[in-house]
Structures are given as structure tokens and as C-alpha cells.
Design a protein around this ligand. Sequence first.
Ligand code: AMP
Ligand code: MG
Length: 340
Amino acid sequence: PPPSTAPLDLTGRSISDSPSAVLLPPTPASLRRAADALRRGEPVAFPTETVYGLGANALDPEAVRRVFSAKGRPGDNPLIVHVTGLQMLRGLVRSVPPAARALAKRFWPGPLTLVLPRTRRVPDVVTAGLPTVAVRVPDHPVALALIAAAGVPVAAPSANRSGRPSPTRAAHVADDFPGLLVLDGGPAHHGLESTVVALGDPPRVLRLGAIPFEELRATLPGLVVATRARARAESPGMRHRHYAPARPLVLFRRSRVAALREALAADPSALLLCANADAPLFPGTRPVRLGGEPPQIAHGLFDALRTRRRGSVLLAYALPRRGLLRAVMDRLERAATRVV
Ligand code: AMP
Ligand code: MG
């Protein structure tokens, strides 16, 4: 079952008299307030170009533990540490191999996460005890200003209850965490999480994401996409159920148009999720349209999974596995209760 969205007290104070989240426009004053909260060990939600993050001071194990418990995140699923630039990694990672440096030079700030050997300064709770730490520089002025103002690296998973779709708007964060301080930066630009790359021989994509594999390979020709088994072994987050909407989601392969039409005919209360271009395949339905071009589809996915439109079940029509849509398909498959 999806996790409940009962109010949470993330601040240590009672929130019974303030049941709604505190959405703050990213003014200098609210950035200072959020940075102070981070330094005091309190979690803060902030916008990035991928999705909203739930941040904590990465050097404060107690603060990081609060993020895990607020999300209900399994302790074996490590967090990504957000920094303002390569120089902020000093003391956190033991080395930056040349391939990582080349990728960072080309894609940072941006939705690329690099898995690097860590030092002892990074608390075990951040990396779930792994000898490596995942790091990235977000391409968002509010995220960068917040990290700079706090003066500490910020460990941040997506700001959703564990297992739920990632939040692409401040209101999604408020739905999952009433009472939480949220810097509202408007809708996230990509709406899809970062691509996670482990250096090694060969370098591997552990999680597909907002930077398409083909683009990364143009900088690093030896790069491969890790097999599912390998990704699960090396990236604990890939083992867990993710992105689940509040009702069942059945994903239909592209070859199963007829089966999907039948399912829609059999259950008039079913909601169809599909790319704009595929909508004409299902006449007589009012689909939740994901978008037209791949960036819009990627952007529309998590919003669609949180749709408030009525319907007993979500039926999704698969997307062609190319470029950015390959990452969208990864999310749909992990969100699905069943694949037909
Ligand atoms: P999320 O915070 O939901 O965006 O998930 C972070 C992703 O990064 C998960 O898939 C983690 O498994 C992955 N990750 C974080 N740290 C590491 C690490 N040290 N090694 C491999 N994967 C990692
Ligand atoms: Mg997440």
C-alpha cells in the first residue's frame, strides 16, 4: 500500500496547529531561513532542475537520519550529496578519476550524479555504508544559493514519501510532508531525476535519468548501461519499489494496443496515460497526456502519476525506448504494479 500522508513533525516542534507545509518564495530572507535550518540539523525541501529535494547537512549524521525517517526511506538506499562545484568535494572524495573530471566539466552543473570513492568525513548513514559517495552539482540558482548559504554539502533524496512519485512541484512536496519548510522554485525543469554514473572499467550508468545515455557516451565513449542485475547490486535504490501512484498502474507494451483497448472498454473508470502522439490510437478516451516531445513527456510523467482525476486504475501505454524516453520507461516500469 502507498505510505500514508499523515502530518509529520520534521522540525521537532508540534505542527498540529499548522497542518499545511510552509511554501516560501526563494527570497534572500527565506534562503537565509532555510540555510539556518539546515545548519541546525533540520530538513528543508528545495527546488532543483531535476525534482524537488529533501535536504540535510551531509556532514551531520543526525540530520541525515531525520531525512530517512521522514521519508520512510530504507536505510540501505544511499543519498546523493549536492555541492556547488568540484572544489567543494575536497575532503569528501578520495579521488576524481579523469573520466569523472571530463564528465563533470561537460555536464556540471547539471543532472549527472557521479559515484566516487569517499573519505571517512562522509557519514556512513549518507552512503548506507558503501565505500563510495554519489555527488552532483545541481543546475538551479535556488539550490546553489542554498548550499552556498548553508556552507555545507547537502545530502538530498527526492522530497517524496518513500515509494511515491518524485515531486516536480512544491505542492507535491506539501502533499507528502505537511509542515515542512519548502522553498518554492516553480515546476522543476526536467521533472526526472539525475543520471547516475559509476566510474570503473567500464564506466556504467547505474540509473538512467535526465541526461540521455547517448549524450554521456559522446563524452565518454566506453560508457555502458549497467544490466538490471548489476544496477541492483551496485545501486541499492534500484532494488526498491519506487514512484508508485496511489492506485494500481498497469503498463501495456507497445505491441499490446489491442489488449489495452479491451481493458479500456472493459473498465470505463480506468484512466489512460500516454504520449500525445499515441492518443489517437485510443479513440473515445480522454487520456492523461504525458506530453508531445520527449522533454515534455519526461516532465509530465510524475505529475501524471499524481493526477487527481477520478479513475479506479491507471493504464499506461509504453513509450519507444529511445534517448530520454528510455529513462521515462525505466520509471514507468518501476512504478507499475503489473506489465502486460
Ligand atoms: P534518489 O535520492 O531517490 O534520487 O536516489 C538516489 C540514487 O542514487 C539511488 O538509486 C541510489 O542507489 C543511488 N546512489 C546513491 N549513492 C550511491 C552510491 N554510493 N553508489 C551507487 N549508487 C548510489
Ligand atoms: Mg527518489
